[in-house]
Design a protein around this ligand. Structure first.
Ligand code: NAD
Length: 445
């Protein structure tokens, strides 16, 4: 495979796996490692950690001259077009991430970039908290090089998902490639490198560096949470004769696969099943002497979630006491009149408790809602009537008819300000029409 030479800084599990696999596919790779013991082991063809198949590959790419390793950055920057940062990001005693190696690496890279004429792409592969690439890494590179991102050098975050023990296989066959770029050139450089490397590209996520960084953490923290969830079930199984967590996990895996219907963030879940079943399993765990804290946390997060929509409205427009608030949607989800445990109803009750003057509308759940909200709110006959004269609108149920509302409908409000609690609206389009839309789960630019 022909392609640009690449460099990899930090030859640990991730860096060496990346460097060896790239070189194995025919790329010229410059590896940089500051630890002299590791460096000399790698130069001798010894992998400093156990990884199936890697020793043989390392020796072969060293022998072919496709992997060249060094303790300095000169060749890495001068002779390659793309540099990966793969240094460690360990925990500090308080659990926060120590970015000292990433910063040091970016500073050195910056100084070397100062003397380079051509465009160079820097890629942060180390796992780092959102904001690291756009913040400290960018600053160090710009300071050291005297150049700006997008002019002279490019910068992307490209987190790594390989697992120790199957690093080679995972590097050749990832589930997806995540590229969060600050500039178009580095995005294109990575895409064309990966087209060559994989032959057929795996699914690719193109996004911002901070989103890419959080995708990495979302995968690992979800996996950790899923394992603790399974261990919560295991503890329950262990206390009931005849139960077996393996059997439960088998059934669970068949049904609870990642499902887009449950990947919708917003003001929280409700309905007749999820909260009730959570509470039942929490109570049953307690009865059996099993700690249900993970399940309790899920419930707590959910109960607090409607508050997020109110926070957004208050931060942007001030306290809601005495002000007209339009709530679109009362059912716990679209296409039902069921309001049992509906987050929309919780939201309305919180608004009323804060002294807001609430008008609500739901295409199907008005009769059921009257029973619980009568006297506390006004009910409108339609979405447009609900909006008229309101200073704040909160969309609380993702009914398709709300997505069809046009900017002109929101302009009938006293102030066209909307909090989308279900990610149902086209914020960009409405924004062009003069409506301010904030969405639960989206940081304001
Ligand atoms: P590691 O500690 O094995 O390797 C890091 C290497 O970087 C070390 O050899 C260190 O000597 C070297 N280094 C430190 N500062 C340097 C510098 N300024 N210049 C050159 N080399 C330098 O770490 P790792 O396990 O490979 O992890 C690297 C990153 O990838 C971390 O952020 C980690 O969280 C992430 N990650 C790790 C794995 C994994 O399975 N190990 C998987 C995915 C992501």
């Amino acid at each position: 495979m022909r392609g640009p030479a690449v460099s990899v800084v930090g030859l640990g599990y991730v860096g060496l796996s990346t460097a060896v696999c790239f070189a194995h596919r025919g790329l010229t790779v410059y590896g940089v490692e500051v630890d002299p013991n590791k460096l000399s082991a790698i130069s001798r063809g010894e992998v400093p950690f156990k990884e199936e198949g890697m020793d043989r590959m390392l020796r072969s790419v060293l022998k072919a001259g496709r992997l060249r390793v060094s303790g300095g950055y000169d060749d890495a920057v001068a002779k390659s077009a793309i540099t990966y940062i793969t240094v460690g990001t360990p925990s500090r005693p308080d659990g926060s991430i120590d970015l000292a190696y990433v910063r040091a690496c970016a500073e050195t890279l910056g100084r070397h970039l100062a003397g380079k004429a051509g465009y160079h792409t820097v890629v942060v592969k180390s796992t780092a908290v959102p904001g690291t690439t756009e913040g400290p890494v960018r600053e160090a590179l710009e300071r050291g090089s005297g150049k700006k991102v997008g002019q002279g050098f490019g910068l992307s975050a490209n987190p790594e998902f390989l697992r120790e023990g199957s690093a080679v296989k995972d590097t050749f066959h990832p589930d997806a490639v995540v590229i969060g770029s600050l500039d178009g050139k580095s995005r294109s450089a990575l895409l064309s490198l990966y087209k060559r490397f994989y032959g057929r590209l795996p699914p690719v996520v193109l996004t911002t560096p901070s989103n890419a960084e959080l995708i990495k953490y979302s995968v690992n923290t979800f996996r950790a949470t899923q394992l603790s969830f399974l261990n919560t079930l295991a503890n329950l199984c262990q206390s009931v004769p005849g139960m077996d967590v393996e059997e439960v996990a088998r059934g669970f895996a068949m049904i609870a696969k990642p499902d887009p219907r449950y990947l919708k963030a917003g003001i929280g879940y409700g309905g007749s099943c999820l909260p009730k079943d959570l509470r039942a399993l929490i109570a049953e765990s307690r009865r059996l002497g099993v700690d249900p804290q993970l399940l309790e946390s899920s419930l707590r997060v959910n109960e607090a979630q409607p508050e997020r929509a109110i926070d957004l409205a208050v931060k942007a427009t001030g306290p809601l006491r005495g002000r007209r608030v339009a709530v679109l949607g009362l059912a716990f989800k679209a296409n039902t009149d069921d309001i049992r445990e509906s987050s929309a109803i919780t939201l309305v009750k919180k608004l009323v408790a804060e002294g807001a003057d609430v008008t609500a509308y739901d295409p199907a759940a008005m009769p059921n809602s009257r029973a619980v909200l009568e006297g506390a709110v006004r009910f409108a006959k339609g979405a447009k009537e609900c909006l008229k004269g309101a200073e704040v609108c909160i969309l609380a149920t993702g009914w398709p008819e709300f997505a069809k509302l046009r900017a002109a409908d929101f302009l009938a409000m006293a102030r066209p300000f909307v909090v989308d609690g279900r990610g149902a609206l086209d914020a960009e389009k409405l924004g062009r029409g003069g409506v301010e839309v904030l969405r639960v789960g989206v940081g304001k630019a």
